[in-house]
Design a protein around this ligand. Structure first.
Ligand code: 13P
Length: 254
């Protein structure tokens, strides 16, 4: 069974006090308003994970994720955070290979594959991000780019490890731009990614993989996106920074 997951990636936003206020609001609103089966993830900056994890511990609809992790287990890697540390503060998920990290921090597929391994070894669910730039789409290179990202980051995994992975398709041109991929565009890519997985691991496994869409998801477009056959949730940026808009996106998922 595919899990339905709506994740709020806060990126580098919110002080601790602001974050605690936001999580309390989201938690209360979900308890009052949401009867569906989706899991909602709070993915704040590292420094807030411990406090926010404790704050949401009484709400089973909420889970905790990190925005990045080290590919190393421990040691002399100043500024890095290991998957075991994330696990120890209650994280269940970790985003790996967000386009902002690929672009600004030069993270490449071979390195991301190691992060996926580190996450799985610590019992964390990797949310592996992929997506093409505008130039790549306009040059009709998007299928090729996605195939490379998905195969180089994930296809070294055994079938039992692959089953634990969540994929997020985030077209770079739709992130923070207000320009969402149309439902048809997103569905086409999600079906393509599922097809790649089916070709490598078989159709049954591919059917069970959660593939989230990310890129300017808002309450106004969420329901239509979630109605598509291969879209299993969302990775939300800007709209996850306000309780009302984030909860309304979650409520768009039955
Ligand atoms: P926006 O929802 O702000 O476009 O960000 C999407 C994103 O990058 C989530 O990881």
């Amino acid at each position: 069974m595919r899990k339905k997951i709506i994740a709020g990636n806060w990126k580098m936003n919110k002080t601790l006090e602001e974050g605690m206020g936001l999580v309390s609001e989201i938690s209360n609103m979900l308890k009052d308003e949401y009867k569906g089966s989706a899991k909602a993830l709070i993915i704040p900056p590292f420094i807030h994970l411990n406090a926010l994890g404790k704050l949401m511990a009484d709400n089973s609809k909420l889970g905790l994720g990190a925005q990045n992790c080290s590919n190393h287990k421990s040691g002399a890697y100043t500024g890095e955070v290991s998957t075991e540390m994330l696990k120890s503060v209650g994280c269940e998920y970790v985003i790996i290979g967000h386009s902002e990290r690929r672009e600004y921090f030069n993270e490449h597929n071979a390195w991301l594959a190691q992060k996926v391994d580190a996450a799985l070894a610590s019992g964390l669910t990797p949310i592996y991000c992929c997506g093409e730039t505008l130039a790549e789409r306009e040059g009709n290179k998007h299928f090729e780019v996605l195939e490379t990202q998905v195969s180089e980051g994930l296809f070294h995994l055994s079938a039992s490890d692959m089953e634990q992975v969540v994929i997020a398709y985030e077209p770079v041109w739709a992130i923070g731009t207000g320009k969402t991929a149309s439902t048809a565009q997103a569905q086409e890519i999600h079906a393509f990614i599922r097809g790649l997985i089916a070709a490598k691991y078989g159709a049954d496994l591919a059917q069970n993989i959660t593939i989230q869409y990310g890129g300017s998801v808002k309450p106004e477009n969420a329901a239509e996106l979630f109605a598509a056959a291969d879209i299993d949730g969302a990775l939300v940026g800007g709209a996850a920074l306000q309780s009302r808009s984030f909860v309304d996106i979650i409520k768009a998922m039955a």
